[in-house]
Design a binder for this molecule. Structure first.
Ligand code: NI
Length: 164
């Protein structure tokens, strides 16, 4: 296992459409293990293969119980409702945006052995599924919001909301 370098916005890999995974081999297992270690090290909520420069449809999402779920060739089967909330990305460090996402999603994906499974997510987990799947189509969340805020600006907004 190894910690890989997380690419930041401006790198061409982040705006590319990723290819489906067709080989469920040791190389894929290594990639998924490295994504997990890199995500754990960066203390993020999710990480997609293109963020480490690999244009394949594979992501890791941190679930509510803090476990990491690997999703290969994931697709959203169904979604419901809407939520607006603050979102960040390891490829846009120190920045935050308010993004509308579905309140609930059902996702279908394969594991590292190629077995299909389905998983549901609400709230932050639904947001995370949508965010990470977006990366696989070259989408960054800043395309979905009017403007980005720095951590300081966000702290100010959140403390103002607390006072109200
Ligand atoms: Ni991201």
């Amino acid at each position: 296992m190894a910690i890989r370098t997380i690419l930041t916005q401006g790198d061409p890999a982040l705006s590319k459409m990723c290819h489906p995974v067709t080989r469920f081999d040791e190389k894929l297992a290594n990639l998924l293990d490295d994504l997990k270690e890199t995500l754990d090290n960066a203390k993020g909520m999710g990480l997609a293969a293109p963020q480490v420069g690999i244009l394949r449809r594979a992501v890791i999402v941190v679930l509510e119980d803090n476990s990491m779920l690997e999703l290969v060739n994931p697709e959203i089967l169904a979604q419901e409702g809407e939520q607006a909330g603050w979102e960040g990305c390891l490829s846009l460090p120190g920045m935050w945006g308010n993004v509308k996402r579905p309140a609930w999603v059902r996702v279908r994906a394969q594991n590292r052995r190629g077995e299909w499974f389905e998983v549901e997510g609400t709230d932050l987990t639904a947001r995370c599924f949508c965010h990470e799947l977006g990366h696989l189509d070259g989408q960054m969340y800043d395309e979905l919001t009017d403007r980005l805020y720095t951590s300081e600006e966000l702290d100010e907004i959140l403390s103002r909301e607390e006072d109200e």
